[in-house]
Ligand binder design. Structure first.
Ligand SMILES: [Zn+2]
Length: 92
């Protein structure tokens, strides 16, 4: 079960904001969004861990912001606590 502790961000295509480029697991091992989605598709359970809680990472077809067409994209559930929300993790 890969546990994500940090995220790496990049500017969206329209430069409106920074979105998730990939994630880092313990030891700052980097994994692209595609690698995470491929893992989920092959049955792996990817989670975030922060502040003593965890959230399951799920895939989305596209980045949810504006006209950004980054694909595939990843997110945690909307009811996640603030700390373990994927977008709020520290950067790696
Ligand atoms: Zn985006």
């Amino acid at each position: 079960m890969p546990t994500v502790t940090k995220v790496r961000k990049e500017w969206s295509d329209d430069r409106s904001r920074r979105h998730i480029k990939g994630v880092c697991t313990a030891g700052d091992f980097y994994h692209s969004r595609k690698e995470v989605v491929d893992g989920i598709d092959s049955g792996q359970r990817w989670v975030t861990a922060a502040g003593g809680s965890e959230a399951v990472i799920r895939k989305m077809p596209y980045c949810p912001v504006g006209v950004c067409l980054a694909t595939p994209y990843i997110t945690t559930r909307a009811d996640s606590s603030r700390d373990d929300n994927l977008e709020n993790l520290p950067e790696c």
